[in-house]
Design a protein around this ligand. Structure first.
Ligand code: ADP
Ligand code: MG
Length: 238
């Protein structure tokens, strides 16, 4: 496991600066939800942690090590996206093991990791199926399985539930939290949904226009919002 520290982080796309000096500390094993309106820079921040976007200025540290210049594969992270494209012609087991196969991990170890992840996610009966034979929730679990088998130090989620219907979304929130109870892997979970943030987070980081508006425990933000924006977005309407 590892903590994630973000120090004075800036990001510009060309001349357009979208992240304006952000500081966030994510302690080892914590489930942090990064929440804010569409376009405020959540995905950009997450993609910089993942190494999918370059850093304009500042530092990202994972487990105490500056990772700014490390490629994604060397960061010990695994990311779960909203559009979790599964390989349609590969079975569930092959989808889950694919990244490990690319790393040339020996097959017995791949099989063991896939079996363990399938057990955790309740996917054992589906390992031989193809994505088209699965429900939306099962596909989402396979996408999480692909992340779990890599045994990363940090999980990054970018709005993983926004394509699911309301009922399944509520169920998957619980499943993702249970997964975290079990693995205790440091997690950064991005959403624009306040309820998701309130119900899932150990700690919430509220973003607005490329800045951090406030960070704290859900009840702390709810009871003592630091400003009108947080109050309107999360806090009590007092
Ligand atoms: P969020 O995930 O919170 O909706 P994003 O991180 O996707 O926000 O976007 C933050 C800002 O950066 C937006 O103004 C968006 O238009 C801009 N942006 C995102 N990606 C790019 C890109 N590749 N090139 C230029 N601008 C981008
Ligand atoms: Mg986004």
């Amino acid at each position: 496991m590892a903590d994630v520290r973000i120090e004075k982080l800036y990001k510009a796309y060309g001349t357009l600066e979208v992240i304006h000096g952000v500081d966030v500390d994510i302690p080892d094993g914590e489930f942090v939800v990064l929440v804010g309106p569409s376009g405020c820079g959540k995905s950009t921040l997450l993609r910089m942690i993942a190494g999918l976007e370059g850093v304009t200025a500042g530092a990202i540290k994972i487990g105490g090590r500056v990772v700014n210049n490390l490629p994604p594969a060397e960061r010990n992270i695994a990311m779960v996206f909203q559009n979790y494209a599964l390989y349609p012609h590969k079975t569930v087991a092959a989808n889950m093991g694919f990244a490990l196969k690319m790393q040339r991990m020996p097959k017995p170890e791949i099989d063991a990791r896939v079996a363990k992840a399938a057990e955790i996610l309740g996917l054992k009966p589906y390992l031989g199926r193809y994505p088209r034979e699965l429900s939306g929730g099962q596909r989402q679990r396979v996408a999480m399985g692909r992340a779990i088998v890599r045994e990363p130090q940090v999980f990054l989620f970018d709005e993983p539930l926004s394509n699911l219907d309301a009922k399944l979304r509520v169920q998957m929130r619980t499943e993702i939290r249970e997964l975290h109870q079990r693995l205790a892997t440091t997690t950064v979970y991005v959403t624009h949904d306040q309820i998701e943030a309130m119900t899932m987070a150990d700690r919430i980081v509220v973003m607005r226009d490329g800045h951090i508006s406030q960070q704290g425990a859900p009840l702390e933000l709810y009871d003592r919002p630091a400003n009108v924006f947080v109050a309107g977005f999360i806090g009590s309407p007092s």
